[in-house]
Design a protein around this ligand. Structure first.
Ligand code: SF4
Length: 210
């Protein structure tokens, strides 16, 4: 989903929900604020929670209440929260605990600022790939032999499947690939750049399909 561009009129806020996890305490607070300030809710395809139709005058109060709960709000320059399938916590095909792996990714990269926009990460716990990793800029699929990593996938009007650049990787290798690809993406000259456009650069670190 595209960003929360604040136009004149009612405002929006997007709460980042790692792994699409919505704790009951947060749910109760949203219910309380929604009842008081009459905004609407949308569960985004990126597994975040968008509050929209917020009256401008109450926006600071809502922001303060949400950040006091420890919630992170969507904003420019943040590292993307991985979109994940439910994984082995609730699917018997899952090879990994995707929530746990998403937390590891965010523990390593979540504090980054100034991250260039236009890339997403998706993790699936088995080759059924329910979180659509192959069509995502950085896609990770757990298999019985380790992680397969895809780069450069995208949806939109000209969808493209990502290129598989590694098979059977372990967690540390996945984190290394993410680190190198994000660093390369960040130093690329265009302001916004899909990773798929970088795959053929002579210095791109993962050029070969495997
Ligand atoms: S990708 Fe596999 S493990 Fe994840 S929800 Fe789909 S079937 Fe289950």
């Amino acid at each position: 989903m595209h960003g929360d561009k604040q136009q004149p009129g009612p405002k929006t806020l997007t709460i980042l929900l790692p792994g699409g996890s919505l704790p009951f305490g947060v749910l109760r607070k949203i219910d309380e604020l929604g009842t008081k300030f009459a905004f609407d809710l949308y569960l985004s395809t990126a597994q975040n929670l968008r509050l929209y139709n917020i009256e401008e005058s109450v926006l600071p109060v809502i922001k303060e209440e949400l950040t006091r709960l420890g919630l992170k709000l969507k904003g420019p320059g943040l590292f993307p929260v991985p979109r994940i399938c439910i994984g082995k916590r609730s699917c018997n095909l899952g090879q990994i605990d995707t929530m746990d792996f998403s937390e590891k990714i965010l523990a390593r990269f979540g504090a980054m600022t100034g991250v260039k926009p236009k890339f997403k990460i998706a993790v699936a716990a088995c080759p059924a790939a329910c979180s659509n990793p192959v069509m995502t800029d950085i896609g990770i699929i757990a298999t019985r032999q380790g992680f397969d990593i895809y780069l450069g996938g995208k949806g939109g009007s000209q969808p493209k499947a990502g290129k598989r650049v590694m098979r059977g990787a372990d967690e540390e290798q996945v984190l290394k690939v993410i680190s190198e690809v994000v660093a390369y993406h960040n130093q690329s000259p265009a302001k916004k750049q899909r990773i798929g456009k970088l795959l053929d650069d002579p210095n791109f670190p993962y050029r070969d399909e495997v």
